[in-house]
Design a protein around this ligand. Sequence first.
Ligand SMILES: [Zn+2]
Ligand SMILES: [Zn+2]
Length: 255
Amino acid sequence: MFARALDVVFPRRCAGCGNGPWPFCSTCASGLIALQPPWCERCGRPWPAPVSVCTDCPPTSIHSARSPFLFEGPARTAVHRLKFSGWRDVAAALADAIVASEPPPPVDVVTWVPLARRRLAERGYDQARALAAVLGRRSGVPVRRLLRRAVSTGPQAQRRGRERREAMRGAFVGTRPAPDRVLLVDDVLTTGATAAACAEALAAAGARRVHLVTAARSFHGPPGGPVRALRGPAPHAYPQAGSRPGLWLPGDPPR
Ligand SMILES: [Zn+2]
Ligand SMILES: [Zn+2]
């Protein structure tokens, strides 16, 4: 009720440009870059031909990973609106995109990468939790807090790869026993260091398989590495979302 009342005051607008119709106007929808097969079976990173694992796979504590979009353009803006501008409704659009791009594997519980307490106080809510709540509702799986931050790890943006992973190790602890199969939710997958630290804490709490889903994925690497591969020629492997017939987009009727 309250959310509807707010809609009247703040009508939902395109999560990309902020002007067009909800959740993505046609211009922004055509700027979304969908991550889709052929890809790495384990982490969902597009490649010219299917592979079972790849050089961009997150650490092995994560059993599988999927993200519907490349963290660029309208997808990046949408995540930023969810994260920094308090557009909580964006969580529903992004969670629907996660489910539509590939339904998550069967799990016993949905949980999320918890925000540091200070950040939570600044923003008022946890964007990964907002995504997890919608994913739980859509799949009928319970959503539970299973993790908390153990230590303040400081800014992560400047750290890369192994260093970042070392810094994150032990950054999360389980808050209760975890069931066998856990769906871990975060907003963006970059190196996987944060998610891996969560997966390790979940394993210590009893989880046997941790599947990761994020709204978007960003690739870092040396020039000519993964980023160029994604942007480069071979558009057949990485088409724009809007150009692929049959690709579900947020806002389309559910299939
Ligand atoms: Zn737009
Ligand atoms: Zn991979």
